[in-house]
Write a protein that binds this ligand. Structure first.
Ligand code: FES
Length: 151
């Protein structure tokens, strides 16, 4: 059995029939072809699947799509408007990635951090970003990029 839900994804309203156990991550990737959002662990431990739902960042692998009926979802595909989002541009400028797999999640967390305006110091940025794992160890450049945007 499926459940009918409506999500506004990157500004576009989508009516979807989803199985109750479908994660938001699988819905984005497999139904909507928004594969910018990555599946790393599928257990809420790596942050590769981070998206913004109604202004809050969430691990989309841990979020059931049906629970977010009526919500606004922003994925990495929805950030650039006529040019890179300032966070994306800063990641390029600061070389804040190596393999790039964690990058969409890192960027979505960084966008949430800047919108929330809660982290001011490098330590606070590191703390906020601690749920986003980078196996290449690009952390220093990631924090540099975020600091740059926050200036
Ligand atoms: Fe969701 Fe790792 S895939 S936290």
């Amino acid at each position: 059995d499926t459940v009918a839900i409506t999500l506004t994804v990157n500004g576009q309203e989508r009516r979807l029939d989803v199985a109750p156990w479908t994660s938001l991550l699988d819905l984005l990737r497999e139904e909507l072809d928004l594969t910018g959002t990555k599946k790393g662990c599928d257990h809420g431990q790596c942050g590769a699947c981070t998206v913004i739902v109604d202004g809050q960042r969430v691990n989309s692998c841990l979020t059931l799509a049906v629970v977010k009926d009526g919500s606004r979802v922003t994925t990495v595909e929805g950030l650039a408007e006529g040019g890179l989002h300032p966070v994306q541009a800063a990641f390029v400028e600061h070389d804040a990635f190596q393999c790039g797999y964690c990058t969409p999640g890192q960027i979505m967390s960084a966008v949430a951090l800047i919108e929330e305006g809660r982290a001011r110091t490098r330590e606070e940025i590191r703390e906020y970003m601690s749920g986003n794992i980078c196996r290449c160890g690009a952390y220093t450049n990631i924090v540099d990029a975020i600091e740059d945007v926050m200036k």
